[in-house]
Write a protein that binds this ligand. Structure first.
Ligand code: MLT
Length: 411
């Protein structure tokens, strides 16, 4: 009989968001009349904007004509999309990239997992706590860890607690690490890194010859000036960082699927013999073997995000979500619930009232306010006692959710 990958058995519960869906669906089955508002998973609610939709339709129409039909595309994505991204998303930040350094994909969740393929299992990995669960779980799945301990940490990973005391900012690991996951604007805490803080990480990585896996999926939601949108705004970052970006939240592509990963040519690792080798070449090799690229109409739609018309329309929706974030943040603060994030990120990280555990608050919020959020402890042990609300809802639902919470806790 074939042996399973036992590493999967080390994983504790089901993946966080399906687990929440399961509980919500149990609740709605038992309470069919409850008008449940979902602010749990960060899934967008606004449809694709007209400029993107037009390009998407045109892409589909081209597929219907033998003369303009597209079969397999380049595994790395079409050069024209990479170039648009470089010109519109990176050049304005003062970042110069080559098309060969930008790999188009079906989203940054997949890329931030798949990237582990090009790193040796012996690398020491540091992740934040709380953290986007994908970084933790995929390291367990590939066999980089031992079992989970009683505190909820996997043996073999280095955790960087992000707490109220340190402003939810990861501190440098005490032991030397080879790979560091950073996510800014942060999911789940909604905090950002300043230029000085990012520079310190780049300096640290260069000194220690580590690689930073920089998840910038939420960069479009930054509202404050001078907060870096890309790690490559910091000198020297191309020698030590891989960056992930996504069209999911930026342009409503959660169901369409498109993202990108930047692997600079300057970024080198070492072989078993101690020779230097390019991660860009390895990622390219990996993608060519395991990935067949993103569909042509989707890439056409993604390019339209960066047309003048497309960007103006997309920006309006980003502003809409950020207004939701303000409503949640200010509404809950008025109810004396302590809130973090929500200024440069579409997530509000709140301290559970009356010292409730994250899951107790989840149950109470669902049962008494019919509002779904995400328990902080689902993102790691340091998330216990916290809770995440997403700002991606419809305005009316967001306002109703806030009113229900204020009614319950604001007196
Ligand atoms: C989240 O809610 O954290 C995200 O939507 C999950 C994801 O992007 O995979």
């Amino acid at each position: 009989m074939a042996r399973i990958n036992d590493n999967y058995l080390k994983l504790q519960a089901g993946y966080l968001f399906p687990e929440i869906s399961r509980r919500v669906s149990e609740f709605t089955t038992a309470n069919p009349d409850a008008s449940v508002i979902r602010l749990g998973i960060g899934d967008v609610t606004k449809p694709l904007v007209p400029a993107v939709l037009k390009a998407f339709h045109e892409g589909v129409d081209e597929m219907a004509n033998g003369k303009t039909f597209h079969g397999y595309g380049p595994e790395q994505g079409y050069d024209w999309l990479a170039q648009v991204i470089i010109d519109k998303a990176y050049k304005p930040l003062g970042v110069d990239l080559k098309a060969s350094e930008v790999f188009i994909s079906d989203g940054s969740k997949c890329d931030s997992s798949n990237i582990l393929d090009i790193f040796d299992l012996d690398n020491k990995v540091a992740i934040g706590d709380p953290v986007y669960p994908v970084y933790n779980d995929t390291n367990v799945m590939v066999g980089r860890t031992g079992e989970i301990n009683t505190e909820g940490y996997y043996e073999g990973l280095v955790y960087m607690p992000c707490t109220e005391e340190n402003g939810f900012t990861p501190q440098f690991p005490e032991e030397k690490v080879d790979i560091i996951y950073l996510c800014f604007p942060n999911n789940p805490t909604g905090t950002v890194a300043t230029r000085t803080q990012l520079k310190a990480w780049v300096d640290y990585a260069r000194e220690n010859e580590s690689v930073i896996l920089f998840d910038a999926a939420y960069e479009a939601f930054i509202t404050e000036a001078d907060i870096p949108h890309s790690i490559y705004e910091i000198d020297g970052a191309k020698e030590c960082a891989i960056e992930f970006r996504s069209f999911s939240k930026t342009a409503g592509f959660t169901g369409v699927r498109c993202g990108l990963t930047v692997v600079p040519e300057e970024l080198l690792g070492t072989t078993a013999n101690g020779e230097k080798f390019s991660f860009n070449k390895l990622w390219n090799r990996r993608q060519c073997t395991k990935f067949n690229g993103v569909s042509y109409p989707v890439q056409k739609a993604a390019a339209a995000v960066y047309s003048d018309e497309g960007w103006a329309q997309v920006k309006e929706i980003i502003d809409y979500y950020m207004e939701n974030a303000r409503i949640i943040r200010e509404g809950l603060t008025a109810a004396r619930i302590q809130c973090f994030g929500g200024v440069n990120a579409p997530y509000i990280w709140l301290k559970t009232p009356q010292g409730m555990t994250s899951w107790d608050f989840f149950d109470k919020l669902l049962n008494e306010c019919f509002v779904v959020g995400t328990p902080g402890s689902g993102f790691g042990p340091s998330g216990e006692g916290y809770f995440r609300l997403s700002a991606f809802g419809e305005r009316e639902n967001v306002a109703t959710a806030v009113a229900r919470i204020r009614e319950k806790w604001g007196k």
